[in-house]
Design a protein around this ligand. Structure first.
Ligand code: SAM
Length: 294
């Protein structure tokens, strides 16, 4: 059954709550509240929540999404940075025992254990929150992003949008593009379009040493238009003695060394990483890679 019966019901709730609190939405905090009931109902339906789930919502706002979830699940955590909104959520659900507000910045606060994350994210924290989510185990995330940001999840090697994010998200998760959301679905309407996306963690580990691989991808993609060998050569020679024979061997031309970084697929990057690690030796390699990202 739909949670919000109509968009006018939801919009009245949002406007009345803002008036009651005597606040104006803050652009700096990404406070664009959903006023399209179809989107919230769709988001909840797609999440397939049950009484076994523990939900994490990042940026609860006025509780428009919270309201549709809290009574259907085992436990619900909401992280909200705005103290007035966090207090409003606490007061609204103070009689609901499975509900907890965590007041503060979701980028800095440790996440509780959760099975599903359902959030309309404030767009300015999309990147750190996505990388942070990927460090956690969970079943499903249904997230609203700025459209351009979400497109990077699906970007193909060689395309303009292909980035460190594209590589790392595909290493750890399967993503599905659900819908494009128009600015008019929010109050106030943002200038940009948004996208709803699902993220499902992959069970299998594609690379043994994920931390090292992540450091390697960070190193390469900070020069993503350059040739692999030139970036590696600069880094390796700077960090290890030039005369080191293993470094010399690692820099000999091979099938991926001559490619531009942004054309390499996840599988090719994994091959390159494992191959370099083998040629250089685990200790020296992890020393170089970790020094580089310090
Ligand atoms: N969930 C509501 C909805 O769907 O209408 C509100 C979503 S609104 C796009 C984003 C919310 O995130 C705002 O309530 C804002 O105050 C909150 N927020 C902004 N920065 C935050 C941060 N760093 N950590 C946690 N919450 C944050």
């Amino acid at each position: 059954m739909d949670c919000w019966k109509s968009s006018s019901e939801l919009k009245s709730y949002v406007i009345n709550s803002l008036n009651h609190l005597n606040i104006k939405p803050s652009q700096q905090k990404g406070q664009n509240f959903l006023v399209n009931s179809n989107i919230i109902n769709f988001q909840v339906a797609q999440s397939n929540i049950s009484s076994k789930d523990t939900i994490l919502e990042i940026g609860g706002g006025l509780g428009s999404l919270t309201h549709c979830i809290v009574n259907k699940v085992k436990k619900m955590y909401v992280i909200e940075a705005d103290r007035i909104l966090a207090k409003f959520l606490e007061d609204t659900y103070n009689s609901v025992s499975n509900f907890e507000v965590i007041t503060g910045d979701a980028v800095k606060i440790d996440f509780p254990t959760f099975t599903k994350c359902i959030s309309n994210l404030p767009y300015q924290i999309s990147s750190p929150i996505t990388f942070k989510l990927l460090r956690h185990k969970f079943d499903l995330a249904i997230l609203m992003y700025q459209k351009e940001f979400a497109q990077r999840f699906f970007a193909k090697p060689g395309s303009r949008d292909y980035s460190r994010l594209s590589v790392m998200i595909n290493l750890k998760a399967k993503c599905k593009y659900l819908k494009t959301i128009k600015p008019s679905s929010f109050l106030p309407a943002p200038k940009i379009q948004s996208s709803l996306v699902t993220i499902q963690r992959k069970n299998e580990k594609l690379v043994e040493d994920e931390t090292g691989f992540s450091q390697f991808v960070t190193l390469l993609f900070s020069h993503k238009k350059k040739i692999v060998r030139s970036v590696l050569s600069n880094t390796l020679k700077r960090k290890a003695k030039q005369s080191n024979i293993k470094i010399k061997i690692a820099l000999e031309p091979d099938k991926y060394n001559e490619r531009r970084i942004f054309t390499l697929s996840l599988e090719e990057l994994i091959y390159l990483y494992n191959n370099l690690k083998m040629k250089i030796g685990e200790d020296l390699w992890s020393d170089i890679i970790s020094q580089n990202t310090n």
